[in-house]
Design a binder for this molecule. Sequence first.
Ligand SMILES: CC(C)(COP(=O)(O)OP(=O)(O)OC[C@H]1O[C@@H](n2cnc3c(N)ncnc32)[C@H](O)[C@@H]1OP(=O)(O)O)[C@@H](O)C(=O)NCCC(=O)NCCS
Length: 177
Amino acid sequence: MGFIVWGWIDGGEGMTKLKHKLRAKLTRGDIPNLNGCEIRNINTEDGEALAELMLNAYKGTVDYEGEDIEDARDEVRRLSEGEYGEPLWDCSFVAEMSKNMVGAVVVTLDRKENVPLLAFAMTSPDKKRLKVATTLMKKTVNSMIDAGFKETIAYVTEGNEPSAGLASKFGFKIEDV
Ligand SMILES: CC(C)(COP(=O)(O)OP(=O)(O)OC[C@H]1O[C@@H](n2cnc3c(N)ncnc32)[C@H](O)[C@@H]1OP(=O)(O)O)[C@@H](O)C(=O)NCCC(=O)NCCS
């Protein structure tokens, strides 16, 4: 599920996958009102729910490599410990419906450049294609602008069509060299 690298990566079982680096200029937008959906910042008690959401969201996508809940917990731990750059909690949000976490966007400060990195965007399988990620992304983008940033980067695996579609809606362009 980790996708914070760029280039050809080992996809397991002798397979390699291509990850693109993308960049977008930040543009402020209105936040849509999703019926019954509450958006809030991530807090320290969200770890377990984030791990469950991560596992469920990625299962069946090209980024899924057979991970289990322990792997997802480790990934959340690595993320919060700064493995992918210092987490920008003010720019990271979860979406809840009936108190259940149905989506999240987690942002870190890229380790190489002073630019926010969209480390994870995920929506639970039963809520996909309902604009949960769009709504979270708009909150995230506005908060990045509030924090003084002008652009953001992300990494998308070749063949991850939902991810590529979401990214293109937010003006991301591939900048592999
Ligand atoms: C990528 C992901 C977060 C999108 O979440 P979502 O809440 O379903 O997204 P939205 O409903 O807001 O859709 C926004 C846009 O993304 C694109 N998109 C979403 N799902 C898509 C799909 N199955 N196929 C093609 N494009 C898709 C579309 O452009 C869509 O806009 P549209 O519905 O107006 O056409 C979700 O599919 C997911 O959790 N995927 C697994 C984790 C992952 O790969 N994360 C991205 C890593 S950067």
